[in-house]
Design a protein around this ligand. Structure first.
Ligand code: M6R
Length: 599
């Protein structure tokens, strides 16, 4: 995954492009580059983060330009492989997000025509393709369309050419938006890059090629017909996309969770009460949840919630595995969970589900993202922009969406009485308060995390609904603190992993007050017997737990169906403070990108 931006207007393009690009750094940060247009195109690019680019680049005058921040997929993260690429010196320049799958074939053919290549990347071939087609009197948008006919794969491209006050771009399965300003226009991979300059956004669709000049926007569909699409006004503010005084986006996003949860169910309680249901009738025999990473863990919690409230059988599958599994003889509602809505594995799964004739519903955070066009129904999680690579507020709002869906399914299937529903809705409304209580304990959690931050390995255990939360705690920990974290159902330790426990392996145990409590106590006793320190997450009124644990994070008691929410917030803070104590780059962990648009 990479981030691209483009600008045409009356102002100097260089500072605007760098400013926008910095907001896309979560999409990749191993190299970066910029191209500024004029009679000739000047390019500057370098290995490393955008700060390195900014520190080294010369002043590049010009009012047209494109820029790129890269997360290497094809070719190593070096200066040579950084974007933009040019067909020839000072000529056409191209930035790209995606993968050109037939690039070897194109490269051989272009090399045969005398083109020389300076990088290992797939993108460079596109610069040469455009260069080869572009004549002095030809139209750049048409030229890009002709060049695209030879390209197979996924892309968001942006192109500038000498002597042309325009940026041309194209999209196929990689995000691309146009920002409409006053006498200036923008392009970007993501709305958040542009919020400082405009909130009027046009979402470019797959197959479309677009041109921005300083005062016009042209969109062509795959057949070359002009498309008229008015900009949408985006409600997210610039402040939503900035750190607002927090040292990291992740911490800001953790602290935004009470508001995010509130926003995610605001007005929706009526929906689940029948006024505006997510699903408009139709029948299905089961639910299949398909997702990756943190969204998959949300799906695992969703299984327990839906089975409990709606008594519908639920299976959960990793997106990249789903499409290769045989279609069982059933007619499931396929629920795809993805905060970005751009994860290629999950989009491919949505297409496969449609091919199998199943009804599809996406739980997604980003308005207008690719998956929303692939499915029959959408539930937006309304968490606001999430910039930190580690998913936090999008996870808890995915859980809220799953509670709401379960309530609707329970109502449809008549497994929930009106009274039970009222009580569940009341508990849902209390969630922001329970989360705020956890946030109030951030200092205690920080001190505890510091104590264990030297560990190399760490286990996370829980049962029932808390088992996927243990998995999510482990994923957060490994992703940002680089401590090897393993999430396990507590009952499974004795079937193998106990062999790994020692005094150097802290075990974080979720021991909230539910029907698994006694069993959890037995499990942590097994752990202590191996000398492992136990950090328990327990209810505030549990006076016994201290006998079994070395340290305890006490949380306000929450009904067991909802306690995954406060518990995961405690574990997010735990992972954050482990990472901080270890000096890790929290918002941009190594080798990981926020949106994964490769399979
Ligand atoms: O955008 P998605 O929800 O589809 O992303 C799926 C995973 O890549 C994502 O959840 C990843 O695991 C997070 N970085 C975890 O914090």
């Amino acid at each position: 995954m990479c981030g691209i931006v483009g600008y045409v207007g009356p102002k100097e393009a260089q500072p605007i492009l760098i400013d926008c690009l910095k907001r896309l750094e979560y999409r990749g940060y191993d190299s970066a580059g910029i191209a500024i247009g004029g009679d000739e195109i000047n390019v500057y690019k370098t290995e490393g983060e955008i700060a390195v680019l900014e520190a080294g680049m010369p002043q590049m005058p010009g009012v047209v330009g494109i820029a790129h921040t890269r997360w290497a997929t094809q070719g190593r993260p070096t200066t040579e492989n950084a974007h933009p690429f040019q067909g020839c010196e000072k000529g056409v320049a191209v930035v790209h997000n995606g993968i050109i799958s037939n690039f070897m074939e194109l490269r051989e053919s272009l090399a045969g025509d005398g083109h020389n290549f300076s990088s290992e990347t797939d993108t460079e071939v596109f610069a040469h393709l455009v260069e080869a087609e572009l004549k002095e009197d030809s139209d750049l948008l048409e030229t890009v369309r002709i060049a695209l006919k030879r390209v197979e794969g996924t892309y968001a491209f942006a192109v500038v050419a000498p002597g042309r006050p325009e940026v041309v771009a194209a999209r196929n399965e990689s995000p691309l938006v146009i920002g409409v300003g006053n006498g200036e226009n923008f392009l970007a991979s993501d709305v958040t890059a542009l919020l400082k300059y405009t909130n009027r956004i046009i979402y470019v669709q797959d197959g479309e090629t677009v041109r921005i000049t300083k005062d016009s926007v042209t969109i062509m569909d795959a057949d070359g017909a002009e498309v008229k699409r008015a900009p949408e006004r985006i409600a997210w503010s610039l402040e939503d996309a900035e750190k607002g005084g927090y040292p990291h986006f992740m911490l800001k996003e953790i602290f935004e969770q009470p508001a995010a949860i509130h926003d995610s169910f605001l007005g929706r309680i009526d929906a689940v009460e029948g006024d505006e249901p997510f699903l408009d009738g139709g029948s299905f025999s089961s639910v299949k949840i398909v997702a990756c990473g943190t969204s998959y863990n949300a799906g695992l919690v969703g299984k327990y919630i839906i089975e409990e409230l709606a008594r519908v059988p639920v299976t959960v599958q990793i997106s990249s595995e789903y499409r290769y599994s045989a279609a069982a003889r059933e007619n499931p509602l396929v629920v795809l969970i993805t905060q970005s809505g751009e994860t290629l594995d999950t989009i491919a799964a949505a297409r496969e589900a449609t091919k199998r004739g199943n009804r599809t519903l996406a739980i997604v955070n980003v308005t207008g993202s690719a998956i929303t066009r692939e499915v029959d129904h959408v539930i937006y999680t309304r968490a606001g922009p999430e910039i930190g690579v580690a998913a936090t507020k999008t996870f808890v709002t995915q859980l809220v969406a799953l509670y709401l869906l379960a309530i609707e399914l329970g109502t449809m299937g008549r497994t929930l009485t009106a009274q039970a529903k009222r009580s569940i809705v009341g508990q849902l409304r209390n969630l922001p308060r329970s989360v705020q209580d956890v946030l109030n304990q951030a200092g205690t959690i920080e001190a505890m995390a510091q104590k264990y931050s030297g560990a190399r390995d760490m286990f996370f255990i829980g049962r029932n609904l808390q088992y996927p939360i243990a998995m999510e705690g482990a994923l957060k920990t490994k992703e940002i603190s680089y401590i090897h974290g393993e999430g396990y159902p507590a009952g499974e330790l004795k079937h193998g992993p106990l062999a790994l426990l020692s005094k150097d392996t802290p075990v974080v145990a979720i021991v909230t007050n539910d029907r698994t409590y006694e069993k959890m106590i037995a499990n942590i006793s097994e752990v202590s017997a191996r000398g492992s320190p136990v950090i328990a997450i327990a209810d505030a009124n549990d006076t016994e737990i201290i006998k079994y644990a070395d340290d305890v994070i006490f949380l306000r008691e929450t009904p067991s169906l909802f306690s995954p929410v406060p518990v995961i917030v405690a574990l997010q803070l735990w992972a954050y403070h482990l990472a901080k104590a270890r000096g890790c780059p929290i918002d941009k962990p190594r080798n990981i990108a926020k949106t994964v648009t490769v399979e």
